[in-house]
Design a binder for this molecule. Structure first.
Ligand SMILES: [Mg+2]
Length: 281
């Protein structure tokens, strides 16, 4: 435990994650020019999606920054290549990454995709202490450090104060083959709302709840990977917004590419309670 604290003091993780982000952006820039052309199939990633050249390049940029620029030892938990240990003390630090969240948006030219990186002392959501989600198209970076609030491009952020479901802008991810099971649980909620969205990069959509761009984001499919959720989980909490299970319980999960979560993220307790009351469990 003492070692962990010493490690965190010595290593400025926020600075390192920002460096990862800028290296990643440089690394993928040439690939962005050809990303709409047919890509070679690179197999299925650890998270279950088809890997694209750009996903692997983004992951490589993160790993190389940590290894070559900073000489760090860590366990990487990645949507693409799974769990990999690097260096002599890989169990002291866990780096959970979705190198590109929203690859479909990226390849189709929809300007909404991000990179998500979380650092923790254990492979558990609750142990995440530093987080970064970067909107790679609009040059917007969300960051958070445990106990120190959340920022958007260095400026402190706060969620919205909206409490009316009718006025609220609510993201709902319904991308699932089990839509006949999931959709009926959401009908009462959808009937009470006017503005439903889904933007296609869940880590970034969660940050939109953190900074008040939208008022809630719901994913009860049981399909979202913890690699997509880890960084935004801390950003949401540090911004002062709420994130719970669909039953209103604290959200925790193992950090692993195969581990899945369901959640309700909301700007404030009032709107969170209204959503929970309308969900059919
Ligand atoms: Mg991805």
């Amino acid at each position: 435990m003492k070692t962990d604290r010493r490690m965190e003091k010595q290593v400025d993780w926020l600075k390192i994650l920002i460096k990862c982000r800028s290296n990643l952006q440089k690394y993928i820039a040439p690939l962005l020019k050809t990303v709409n052309q047919p890509q070679p199939s690179l197999g299925i990633g650890a998270g279950g999606d088809t890997m694209k050249h750009i996903d692997l390049a983004a992951e490589k940029a993160i790993t190389e920054t940590l290894l070559d620029d900073y000489g760090l030892s860590f366990t990487l938990i990645s949507e693409e290549s799974g769990v990999k240990a690097y260096g002599s003390n890989p169990k002291e630090t866990y780096v959970t990454a979705d190198p590109i969240d929203g690859t479909t948006n990226l390849t189709r030219g929809i300007p909404f995709y991000a990179t998500s990186i979380a650092v923790s002392t254990k492979p558990e959501l609750h142990a995440v202490h530093t987080a970064l989600v970067a909107d790679l198209f609009h040059d917007v970076t969300y960051t958070a450090k445990k106990g120190e609030g959340a920022q958007r491009n260095g400026q402190k952020i706060a969620p919205s104060k909206e409490t009316s479901l009718e006025e609220a802008v609510i993201g709902i991810d319904l991308n699932t083959y089990k839509v006949h099971e999931i959709a009926p649980r959401l009908t009462s909620l959808i009937e009470k709302t006017k503005h439903i969205r889904h933007l296609g990069a869940n880590a970034l959509e969660l940050c939109y709840v953190a900074d008040g761009t939208i008022d809630a984001f719901i994913d009860i499919r049981g399909k979202l990977r913890t690699t997509d959720t880890a960084a935004a989980w801390l950003i949401i909490r540090e911004a002062g917004a709420k994130i719970t299970t669909p039953y209103g319980k604290p959200l925790n999960a193992k950090l692993d590419p195969k581990e899945k979560v369901s959640f309700i993220a909301a700007a404030n307790q009032t709107i969170q309670k209204k959503i929970l009351a309308l969900l059919k469990n």
